[in-house]
Every structure is written in C-alpha cells, then in structure tokens.
Ligand binder design. Structure first.
Ligand code: ADP
Ligand code: MG
Length: 689
C-alpha cells in the first residue's frame, strides 16, 4: 500500500481550484492528472525580463516590463491586427499588437489615458517600436514582480502558461516533506537540497542543483525497482528446458546463422537449461536477424516437450511473424498458430475454438499473437517460453520483468531493435542479461542516404513519381511531436491530400490519432501492395516489413532524434533492390543539426548513431530531448542520465546489499520514492516474495 504521506501528491488535479471539465482535457493530454504530475512538470526554461523606466533603456528583442499609458486604440481593419498606441514616461510611442481572437480581451486591458504595467518582448517594426501579444498587463507593478523570471512550461492547446503556472502553484502548496532516501554523504557532497525544497526551487528559476536532485531521484527509483525484480527472479524456480536438437536439425534455412546469431542462441540455450527463469534481452539492430534467433529458442522449448509463445505489439506484426516462422519451420513438423483479437472475426468462432483446443491439448507447439494470447480464456498445456518482440522503444525490459510476477514463471526473451547508448542500456534493462546481434547478415546493400534542402521538394516529388511508376513502393514520413501536435497533424494531412491529388488511390495515410481499425486497414493495404505510397507520422517506426518499399522520404528530418531516424530508415533496404532514403531539411539548420544529418549519411551503425546522438544532445541541443518515448524518464534528461545514472545505480546496489528488504528508515524512505515514481511493482514483489 502506498504510504499515507504521499496521498496529497496523488490527489486528482480535477480537485484543484479552477479546474473544470474544460481544463481536464488539456491537462489529461499533458499527462497532468494528479498533483504529483503537476509538480514534476518542470519548466522547459525561464524567461528573464528586465524592468525598464523607459523604452530608451531597452534593446530590440529584449524581454521587458515597463509602465505605459494607452493613447489611442486602432481596431483591426479586415485581416489586420488590433493596435494600441501607448506612451512611456519619456513620451516614446510603442504599438501593442494583437492578432485574431486575442484582441477581444486586449481592448479592455488598456483604457485610454490610464497607466498600466506591460510585460513582453520589445520588437522593431519599420521605424517604430512594437510589442506583439504582451505576456502580461497589470494595473500595479507588484502584480508583475513574478514575471521578471517566469517559468515556461511544456504547453498544449487549451492551456495557457498563466493557467499552468497557477495550477502548479496550488499543487506545490500541497507538497509534504518526505523522509530522505538519498545517501547522506552523497547529498552533502553534491550540495543538493532536500526533496521538497528542490521541487520549489526547480519551479522558481534555472537551478541546476535542484534539477539534478530531482533527476537523480527518478534514476534511483528506476535502478532500485529493476534490482528488486531481478532479486525476486533469482529466488524463483522453473522447469529447465533441454533440447536434443532434433527439430533444429530439420530446419532448412536459406542461410547460415551469423556468428552473432549463433552466439546468442548458445547463450539462450544455456539459460534455458537452468532452473531459474531466463530473463534475457536480445538486442539487435533492424535487419540483424532476431527472428531466426527467436525461432531457435522456441524450437529448444518444443524439443524439450514444452510450448512457446511469441508476443507481438500489433496485429500486423503478429501476422507477419506467424507467416515467417511457418515458412522457416516448414520442414520440422512444428505446429505454429496465430491468435489475435481478430482471429474470431476472420475465421469465425470455430477457428478460434480450434486454436484454443490445440493450445490446451498441446497439439499446437508455438503460438504467435498479440496480447490476446495471454487472455484468461487462453490456457496452455505447458507454456515454458515467452518471447516478446519490441513494443515501445523503451519499456520492453520492464514488461519482460513483469512477466516474472505470475505464479508459474516462464523463461523470457525480449527482443528490441532500439540501439541505445551503453549508459541507457543500464537505465532501461538494469542488470538484465543481454545478447547482442552486433553483426549484420552478409550481402546487405547499404541504403543510399541523402540530405536534400526542402527548397528542392519539387524535384523530390518528381523522383517519387518515377519510383512509383516502376511499381515499387515508398514511405513519406512527417514529423509529429507532442508540443506541436495539432500543427504537425495538419501538415501530415495536407501532405497526404497533395499526394492523393497527384497519385490518386495509391496513397494511404497513417498517424497516431486514427482509430486502430482505420490504421490497421491502411497499413494492411500498404503491406499487401495495394497501396503504393504510405504517408505517415512516426507510427511506422517499429516493425513492419515491406521488402518492395525501397524509397523513404523524411520531411523536416532535423526534428527527429538520430536513433529515431535510424529506426525509420530501417524500414527500407529490406528487399533485393537498392534503397534510398531522402532526408529533407528545413531552411534554418543549426550547426549541430547539420552534423547530425551528416552522420546519418555517413553510417548505418545504429549503436554508433545512438552514442553520437547522446554526445550531440549533451552538447547543448535541447530540441527533442523530451520527445515522448525517447527515454523511460520524465524528469531526467539525456545529459543527466549519462552523468547521474552510474551513481544512482551504485547507490541502489549498495542499499540493496545493506537492506534488501527495504526495512531500515532509509529503506522505508526508498519505498516512498518507488511509489512516488510509480515503480512500486518493485515493492509489491518485495512483499510477495
Ligand atoms: P530483425 O532483427 O529486424 O527482426 P529479421 O529477423 O526480420 O530482422 O531479419 C531480416 C532479414 O535478414 C530477413 O529477411 C531474414 O531472413 C534475413 N536473415 C536473417 N539471418 C540471416 C543470415 N544469417 N544470413 C542471411 N540473411 C539472414
Ligand atoms: Mg523483427
């Protein structure tokens, strides 16, 4: 049970003053449904403003606070803005400007002849000063004291900065003091504040010590939870699986395993022969041949008289896996079935019934499917190995560890194509065993990657037309990030419409906001080859295999993370044809942005890209570091992970060694920490085991 002390932090934000149904939605969209979410929603940055006595003291482009007196209102004519001409203490004029709907409220803010305090950015427009959409207007200077150093929060539509700031203030008021979980020596040496103070300070100004402490907390919670799961796994027993090789001997694969594949199979084989459940990660870049390794692992289980299951994240991937495995295992006599939520609709209830029977009586050896394969109605005669194919870019490790919670613990193998830097491997998978496919199957053609200025869009579309005319398929990828969702979605839809005009029904659109059925239907048309061009946001990142697609265009490539670009690019280059990836870049590209895209052109080594990405981001590139899904962390950013994680990891290990039951006062504090960061599955295992 969660310690009572934390209750105020888990109160719903809907209960805060001034939150009605209108705010609940945007708050939900930002994931700010509880007080803890609000207080951990740290500002992206702070705007520093300077109070100036008159305009002559200010510089163009500067954020200022200044007293002004309105002299004249100039309502908008047609599509023009609403302007208020105002005067400073010296008689200098400045135009306060509002566009669109914002002008309605502006009218009342600055009555002619009255002095007001205005905060905003001073710009030059022709020969005159102007402030577009002043941030604040107040009657007395005291009301703007807080705006001299103002937090800027991650925004979403329907939620103003002022609103978020006010709610965050309320939430901070509910924050209790918590017992210290950081080792006292480390705390003193780092000069970090106590937890509550760190939160307060992190919202007040750019405070490195405060933010480091909060990030460290999150990393410590994660390390500790992973260690608890691992420790619990060590105490469990399961059935050892020893294969005699009779099925593997009948495999007629059209290729020999690479050294890396053979080594991974060996590592898995020796894990399976133990009576402790296997907990292993198979990490291999896209195209490195994870499927063949998974098949070998599953055949070992079947040789040992047991069943195996392969869990895929989507219907389409499950179907693709089932077909591939059936083809590969054709000569072995092994029975492989596909079970998804759709199995009923497709083949009728009878087909589903037959599969369920087969799993129950053991005539089906391997079951491939979506989460449907673990529904209560599905009973296995003897399921001893579960293979989990990549789900989210992060999180597979945790999910794998969670399978260890059940009573009968199967052996587990997770497969991921996410090439993450070494420091992050530790963050994500804790002390899990890792097999690495660090060698590509021979004969792979490199993907011809080019960086193209967006001004040459016309040529790119002509090239695409020629490509499609040969009967080949292509991807067109548009960026989509949370901070900019609405505009990004609109841009993707506009691009789709444009492509449809040009290429007609051969084009499909896939993005995250489509209903799952619509998304599946569109994907399926493309996978079957009925549709030739897939316009998509990043949802195609994981998994699909369409060998006939040999061209990928990525718009605004500079807005993607390198690892993400690499995953995307891995969707092409899967067939025999030479593949091309065009990275369209925007007009204004930073030095770092240029370097990152050049790297993409230079290498196809996912691990190298991941390391470089971390290095370049650490070098000050903030753009995209908080893109959802990039790390399993909300508070710690890339740079902090790299710097603080090793410390957190050691600290967690030390605590586990001294007090594995988390019973001491510091152990109790650490329990609270686990709940605070919702890594409490670790605590639950502790009590159960
Ligand atoms: P991923 O790791 O991305 O899941 P796959 O398992 O889909 O990779 O394999 C990618 C392609 O490489 C498949 O077409 C597969 O048949 C082929 N392949 C796998 N192993 C080898 C090998 N040792 N030699 C040649 N081709 C291989
Ligand atoms: Mg795969």
């Amino acid at each position: 049970m969660r310690p009572d002390l934390l209750n105020p932090l888990f109160a719903e934000t809907e209960g805060l003053k001034g939150v009605g149904p209108g705010l609940a939605r945007p708050l939900g969209k930002l994931g700010l449904t509880r007080v803890r979410d609000l207080v951990y929603n740290l500002p992206d940055r702070f705007v520093a403003r300077r109070a100036v006595g008159n305009l002559d003291e200010a510089a163009v482009g500067e954020q200022i606070v200044i007293a002004l007196t309105a002299r004249e209102h100039r309502p908008s004519t047609g599509r023009g803005p609403y302007r208020i001409m105002a005067e400073d203490a010296l008689g200098n004029y400045v135009a306060l400007v509002w566009f669109g709907r914002a002008s309605y409220s502006a009218k009342k803010l600055l009555p002619v002849g009255e002095k007001r305090w205005v905060a905003g950015r001073l710009d030059q427009y022709g020969q005159s000063w102007q402030i577009v959409h002043p941030e604040h207007v107040a009657e007395d200077s005291g009301a703007l004291a807080g705006s001299l150093n103002e937090p800027v929060y991650p925004a979403t539509e329907g939620l103003t900065q002022a609103r978020i700031a006010a709610l965050t203030g309320q939430a901070l008021g509910m924050v209790p003091e918590l017992p210290e979980w950081i080792e006292p020596g480390l705390l003193a040496q780092s000069g970090w504040p106590a937890w509550r103070e760190a939160l307060m300070r992190a919202h007040k100004g750019a405070d490195a010590a405060a933010r480091d402490r909060l990030a460290y907390d999150e990393l410590l919670a994660n390390s500790l939870a992973l260690m608890l799961v691992k420790a619990s796994n060590r105490t469990r027993r399961t059935v050892p699986l020893r294969g005699d090789g009779r099925l593997r001997g009948k495999l007629r694969l059209p290729f020999a395993l690479t050294g890396a594949q053979a080594r991974s199979v060996d590592e898995i084989e020796s894990d399976l022969a133990q009576d402790a459940p296997m907990l292993r990660l198979l990490q291999g870049d896209v195209g490195s041949g994870k499927t063949a390794v998974a098949l070998h692992a599953m055949l070992i289980a079947v040789e040992a008289g047991a069943q195996a299951a392969l869990l895929a994240p989507t219907e389409i991937l499950a179907r693709q896996h089932a077909e591939t495995l059936q083809r590969m295992a054709a000569g072995t006599g092994v029975q492989i079935a596909l079970l998804t939520g759709k199995t009923t609709q497709r083949g009728g209830a009878k087909a589903r019934e037959a599969i369920l029977m087969g799993l129950l009586d053991g005539s089906i050896d391997i079951c491939v499917g979506t989460h449907a394969i673990f529904q209560e109605s599905v009973t296995y005669r003897n399921l001893a190995l579960v293979v989990i194919d990549e789900q989210h870019r992060f999180g597979v490790g945790q999910r794998l560890m969670l399978t260890q919670k059940g009573k009968a613990t199967p052996h587990c193998l997770a497969m991921t194509a996410t090439p993450i830097p070494r420091t992050l491997t530790l963050a994500q998978y804790g002390e899990m065993e890792v097999s690495k496919l660090d060698e590509m199957p021979p004969g792979r053609q490199p993907i011809d990657t080019r960086v193209v200025a967006v001004e040459r869009m016309g040529e790119v579309v002509e090239g695409l037309a020629r490509h499609l005319a040969t009967g080949a398929q292509a991807y067109w990828v548009c960026p989509m990030v949370r901070e900019n969702e609405t505009a990004d979605l609109a841009a993707a839809e506009a691009r789709f419409a444009e492509m449809q005009l040009r290429f007609g029904d051969d084009v499909v659109l896939v993005h995250g906001q489509l209903r799952p059925e619509a998304k599946d239907a569109a994907m399926e048309r493309f996978v079957r080859g009925d549709a030739k061009l897939l316009v998509a946001t990043t949802v195609i990142e994981v998994g699909v295999d369409v060998p006939a697609a040999s061209l990928m265009v990525i718009e605004q490539a500079e807005r993607f993370g390198l690892a993400q670009l690499h995953q995307l690019r891995g969707r092409v280059g899967r067939g025999s044809a030479k593949s091309t990836c065009l990275l369209l870049r925007g007009e204004a590209l930073s030095e770092v942005g240029r370097e990152r895209l050049a790297l993409m052109r230079e290498t196809q080594d996912g691990f190298r890209l991941a390391e470089e990405d971390l290095r370049l981001r650490g070098g000050g590139e903030l753009l995209g570091t908080r893109q959802s899904g990039d790390t399993p962390f909300r508070v710690a950013d890339f740079e902090q992970i790299a710097r603080l994680l090793p410390m957190a990891h050691d600290d967690a290990r030390l605590l586990m060694e001294r007090d594995g039951g988390l019973a001491s006062p510091r152990g109790q504090a650490a329990r609270a920490l686990l709940y605070l960061f919702e890594r409490d599955w670790g605590v639950q295992l502790l009590r159960g085991g």
